[in-house]
Design a protein around this ligand. Structure first.
Ligand SMILES: [Zn+2]
Ligand SMILES: [Zn+2]
Length: 259
């Protein structure tokens, strides 16, 4: 089976003891591509170096909404400086998170807008994080004309209206282990019904372990559980779903050079 993890934070310190083994386990399970998400404020250099070492690892860089209060000229220049790196595929993750509000909502919106503008200027797709901020997220995406670059709604947890918005504007929808949770029936309905060419899979490792590993450190090999769940919903076999979501990933990130 072949599959892709479109979103993982492998350079956070929870993988310091065994990062290479974790990557190897994912490869042994069939992983074709891994998109590592680097935070400008935390692990950008480590993530860039990790992707340079491994032909199947790419990265996206951005300022997470949790850290949006840190957005300034220095971080803008750090981001600007990494955008043409050949293994950098997208700006992200960026967006709005009103659940925790670790940064004031106004600063979240400002950093989100500024990074979408950079993505448009450089013709790079974006990776969107949105939590309890759906209306503002969609409004800003439209006001900033994000459809020009497209990208991914990561760890999709929206409703049908948000799925429709994504489809109409050139965005893929990435499902994580939360798709497998018992209380995710409405999410599974959406996942079962959207057009097949928008489906992506991810772990968001080390977060969000799928059932039956819920609560433990997540890792890219566990994308298999998400692929299986999607396959069941779409009435195809897991191999077909793994290939489909891998092709969709390649289509979502034009800079990707297939390994
Ligand atoms: Zn996120
Ligand atoms: Zn993430």
């Amino acid at each position: 089976m072949v599959f892709t993890d479109s979103h993982a934070h492998l350079c956070l310190d929870s993988f310091d003891a065994d990062r290479e083994e974790v990557l190897q386990r994912a490869r042994d399970a069939g992983m074709r591509h891994l998109l590592c998400i680097a935070s400008l404020a935390r692990d950008l250099d480590a993530t860039r170096e990790f992707s340079e070492k491994h032909p199947d690892v790419f990265f996206a860089a951005g300022l997470h909404p949790h850290d949006a209060r840190l957005w300034d000229d220095t971080l803008r220049q750090r981001l600007e400086g990494i955008l043409s790196h050949p293994r950098h595929l997208a700006i992200g993750e960026i967006g709005l998170d009103y659940h925790y509000n670790y940064s004031p909502p106004e600063q979240q919106r400002a950093a989100f807008r500024a990074q979408i503008q950079m993505a448009r200027a450089h013709r790079l797709p974006i990776v969107i994080h949105t939590r309890e901020a759906h209306d503002d997220t969609l409004r800003i995406l439209d006001e900033e004309k994000a459809a020009e670059v497209g990208g991914v709604f990561h760890c999709f947890s929206g409703n049908q209206a948000m799925a429709d918005f994504a489809l109409e504007r050139n965005f893929k929808i990435s499902f994580s282990g939360s798709l497998t949770f018992k209380n995710a029936e409405s999410l599974r309905q959406i996942a079962g019904a959207v057009p097949r060419d928008v489906l992506l899979t991810e772990t968001d490792a080390p977060f969000l372990s799928p059932h039956p590993h819920r609560g433990k450190r997540n890792e890219p090999a566990r994308v298999v559980e998400v692929v299986r769940c999607l396959a069941q919903l779409r009435l195809v076999d897991p191999e077909t779903m793994g290939e489909l979501t891998t092709r969709n990933f390649e289509a979502a990130f034009p800079r990707l050079i297939p390994a």
